[in-house]
Design a protein around this ligand. Structure first.
Ligand SMILES: [Cu+2]
Length: 297
């Protein structure tokens, strides 16, 4: 509504047009600046596309969330800019314009739309978690990854062999290198990867898998997935775990089932039979002040 003491104003349409064009140019320049990543992946690691049975669903949630957030942002910024420009104070204006409040349709819109958005995000997240992180189907192939200061042990439980990792020495390149512990995963196989720690909290992270899981002493976390794309990936510890945390790196090789069996047979021939169990944990170093004498635990 126009204020009675305001002069008639020019059409705000011309202004809105100019602001719209400027916004479109700015956002396309911004997006062009990030052209190294793939926009359809939401600039997540390129290797993540189709890497595991989970990655495409994570990417969809990530990009969908950003699209929804940007749409809300664009509408809000647009309305703000429009109001600032169209209803600005003119040269011949005197006094305050008519003060408006309690516009019920607008108030209801600003209450209902956020509720719909939050509920939508919540149920999308929960549905995805049920399919991915909460998946409790027993795996076809069981592998145990054990974090330790500062390397990794890999127990190929189903094959009853193991690999004992030794800490990597960095040479300044961004790759873990040849001598880093290498985790072999059979492709297109239901994997049950159990994660444990021997000492402090570590975190198992293969960036291309778009998943990260803490490894807490005394707890077993399970990652259930299928590696779909053969190839080499990099992995690292993602929880500050002491002096050489940055050198707690590993390689991941996703290979065919035959290559996987050939590798585990090689470990067997080298005498690495059985698994490296809890006898190598250092958690007995810690004493529990609440433990009662004579009690089991
Ligand atoms: Cu660590």
């Amino acid at each position: 509504m126009d204020s009675p003491n305001q002069s008639a104003r020019r059409s705000p349409k011309a202004w809105a047009k100019k602001v719209g064009v400027a916004g479109a140019l700015a956002s396309s320049a911004l997006l062009a600046g990030c052209s190294n990543g793939a926009p359809e992946l939401g600039y997540l690691p390129a290797a993540s596309k189709g890497a595991t049975s989970h990655t495409d669903a994570y990417t969809a949630l990530w990009t969908g969330g950003w699209i929804a957030a940007l749409a809300v942002g664009a509408i809000t910024w647009g309305l703000m800019l429009f109001c600032i420009v169209a209803y600005r104070r003119r040269k011949n204006d005197r006094g305050l314009p008519v003060q408006l409040q309690y516009n019920m349709p607008v108030e209801i819109m600003y209450t209902v739309i956020p509720i719909i958005l939050v509920v939508g995000f919540f149920f999308h997240n929960m549905a995805l978690f049920d399919e991915t992180t909460n998946d409790k189907t027993p795996g076809e192939e069981k592998i145990e990854v054990v974090g330790k200061q500062w390397a990794w042990d890999f127990n190929y439980t189903s094959q009853d062999v193991h690999y004992a990792g030794v800490q990597v020495n960095l040479d300044g390149t961004e790759k873990p290198g040849e001598e880093a512990p290498t985790l072999y995963l059979p492709a297109n196989t239901d994997l049950e990867i159990q994660l444990r720690s021997r000492d402090v909290i570590h975190s198992f992270w293969v960036p291309a898998f778009l998943e990260k899981r803490d490894m807490t002493p005394g707890r077993v976390e399970t990652l259930h997935l299928k590696a779909l794309k053969e190839g080499e990936y990099l992995g690292k510890c993602a929880e500050l775990c002491g002096e050489f945390h940055s050198e707690m790196l590993f390689n991941v090789k996703v290979v065919s089932k035959d290559e996987y069996l050939a590798y585990t047979n090689e470990l067997r021939e080298q005498g690495n039979t059985g698994v490296l169990g809890e006898e190598f944990d250092r958690t007995h170093w810690y004493s529990n002040p609440y433990q009662k004498e004579g009690a089991d635990k």
